[in-house]
Design a protein around this ligand. Structure first.
Ligand SMILES: *[C@@H]1O[C@H](CO)[C@@H](O)[C@H](O)[C@H]1NC(C)=O
Ligand SMILES: *[C@@H]1O[C@H](CO)[C@@H](O)[C@H](O)[C@H]1NC(C)=O
Ligand SMILES: *[C@@H]1O[C@H](CO)[C@@H](O)[C@H](O)[C@H]1NC(C)=O
Length: 498
């Protein structure tokens, strides 16, 4: 009655190189998009038609690079931040055209935008608003750069200019902010969750782009244990019982403030979790899928249903009731959350599904992206294009669920064709498949022959089974540094009852 559906192997980045492109878009995503476009299927076709006709998707797009970017008119400067967010959106859109259409002119256009900013940018607002730029536009610029990491002229001429600027102006501030070193952070929960989430997304993106596992790990760790409001347990601050079903849903930290910013939290949680997922780290499932618990709460309330609200106070703000300001706000992120939780994971996500449908309807048939669905900062907080990048149809889901393990697709992390029946998960089978993967990435494969402990956990859902392997690494090989022991490999088997 059971058959192996998927066999995913999650490797920490020090074992295998980082995967590229591996931020919000992978090669698997690009292949899927291409195959849908060949067949003129929607929502991909409509999304693509839009992306390729807006000004922010044209190869002759002219960058707007300047030396100072300001969100606020204060301290004698004039607000001009749209110059950067327009360029970041154009760079990402053109990067997608490079991956899908393969013409050098698109990659060249992205390189021109990123290099121009690398050469000119010097400063941001003096006040706190600078941290919105470093987070929101930070993660976007790196996502664009990641898409042309395979374009040699950029790698040879522009990438180091971009990277040096980013490290100095964005990354340094991302880290300063998340370490609560700014004077305005007299209380570590001073800033609402979205401020930290976007800065986490930026650090993580840059860590992956530059293959810096210290940065990648910093972002993962902040997500799991961060003491500010970007830490997931603070971001989805209270667990409550859903009326009628008794299910546990999660009250978001910004729910008493307004729904527009709360929606931004889910948009940024999606970015953080998907970037990590594409490197084999599953933040989506962290703490009982806390992101999903929050998404279900948000979607239920924003579709005009009641939710319980626990009075919230953090020393800076207090809310006794949930806010109905901007109730029903939508942003492109629900395709991603729905596809991941309901389709990839097979979890129950009824409100998330409804909110995905609602968002798609509100946006005219597909989730738009930067430059396609309106002006103003909120339309450019994230890169969007969720229907193009993440929508899965029945054939995609069926392919994932195929009982034939040799057709397992790479849905995140590394996949292997190993066929391990549920009844006989054994350490030797895990070692064999792990070693097969390691030889695949060109490293030595004696790591996992050493003694290891294997623990298996059957999760609440009867169809899921995880295996955690903590092998004793062979530190004589060059791929494992002593600073990274112990190696922990999480292998996840997903079964279906047929
Ligand atoms: C990773 O990033 C940190 C923070 O910028 C830096 O100190 C460190 O040198 C980087 N590591 C590598 C290997 O580049
Ligand atoms: C999961 O959430 C609960 C409730 O917020 C918290 O007490 C617990 O520490 C969290 N677990 C982890 C691993 O973060
Ligand atoms: C969402 O939309 C899809 C496609 O139109 C439809 O098949 C599905 O039933 C809808 N789901 C809900 C919960 O309304």
């Amino acid at each position: 009655m059971t058959s192996v559906l998927l066999f995913l192997l999650f490797l920490l980045p020090f074992v295998s190189p980082f995967l590229h492109p591996g931020l919000l878009v992978t090669d698997a995503d690009i292949s899927r998009i291409k195959s849908k476009l060949e067949l003129n299927l929607d929502p991909w076709q409509s999304s693509w038609a839009k992306l390729t006709t807006i000004p922010y998707g044209q190869p002759d797009y002219t960058n707007n690079a300047v030396s100072g970017v300001y969100r606020d008119t204060a301290n004698g400067v004039t607000e001009n931040a749209e110059l950067l967010w327009h360029d970041a959106a154009a760079a990402f859109n053109l990067g997608l055209r490079w991956k899908v259409e393969g013409k050098a002119e698109y990659a060249e256009a992205v390189a021109a935008i990123l290099t121009a900013w690398g050469e000119k940018l010097e400063n941001f607002d003096e006040g706190d608003d600078q941290y919105l730029i470093t987070g929101l536009q930070g993660h976007q610029l790196v996502n664009a750069a990641e898409l042309i990491r395979d374009y040699t002229p950029f790698v040879q001429n522009g990438m180091s200019t971009f990277t040096a600027m980013f490290e100095r102006l964005f990354l340094a501030k991302n880290l300063y902010f998340l370490r609560h070193e700014d004077g305005s952070e007299h209380n570590v929960k001073h800033f609402f969750a979205n401020w930290e989430l976007c800065n986490m997304a930026s650090v993580m993106a840059f860590g992956i782009f530059t293959e810096n596992s210290t940065l990648f790990d910093f972002a993962l760790d902040y997500f799991k244990t961060g003491i500010g409001n970007g830490g997931i347990n603070n971001c989805i601050s209270n667990l409550v019982e859903e009326p009628g079903t008794g299910k546990t849903i999660g009250q978001p930290q910004e729910a008493g403030r307004d729904q527009g910013h709360t929606g931004l939290d889910f948009q940024m949680l999606g970015v953080v979790a998907q970037q990590a997922w594409n490197q084999g780290e599953d933040l989506y499932s962290f703490n009982n899928s806390r992101i999903l618990q929050g998404a279900e709460y948000y979607a239920r309330y924003n579709l005009y249903n009641d939710v319980p609200f626990v009075p919230y106070t953090n020393g800076i703000v207090s809310y006794d009731i949930i806010s109905d300001a901007s109730r029903g706000a939508f942003r492109p992120t629900w395709e991603l959350l729905y596809a991941h939780y309901a389709q990839v994971k097979g979890l129950d996500a009824p409100w998330t599904e409804k909110y995905k449908n609602y968002t798609v309807t509100q946006m005219g048939g597909f989730e738009g992206g930067g430059g396609s669905w309106g002006e103003g900062s909120g339309h450019y907080d994230g890169l969007g294009w969720g229907s193009l990048l993440y929508h899965l149809d029945e054939s995609d889901v069926a392919a994932m669920k195929s009982a034939n393990p040799s057709s397992v697709s790479d849905v995140g992390g590394r996949s292997t064709t190993a066929n391990v029946p549920q009844t006989s998960i054994s350490s030797s089978a895990v070692f064999a498949s792990t070693n097969a993967l390691l030889s695949d990435v060109g490293s030595t494969n004696s790591l996992f022959t050493a003694a290891a402990t294997v623990s298996t956990t059957k999760s609440a859902s009867p169809s899921r089974y995880s295996v955690v392997v903590s092998p004793t690494p062979d530190t004589s090989t060059s791929v494992v540094s002593s600073s990274h022991v112990p190696v922990v490999i999480v292998t996840e088997y997903v079964y279906t009852c047929g």
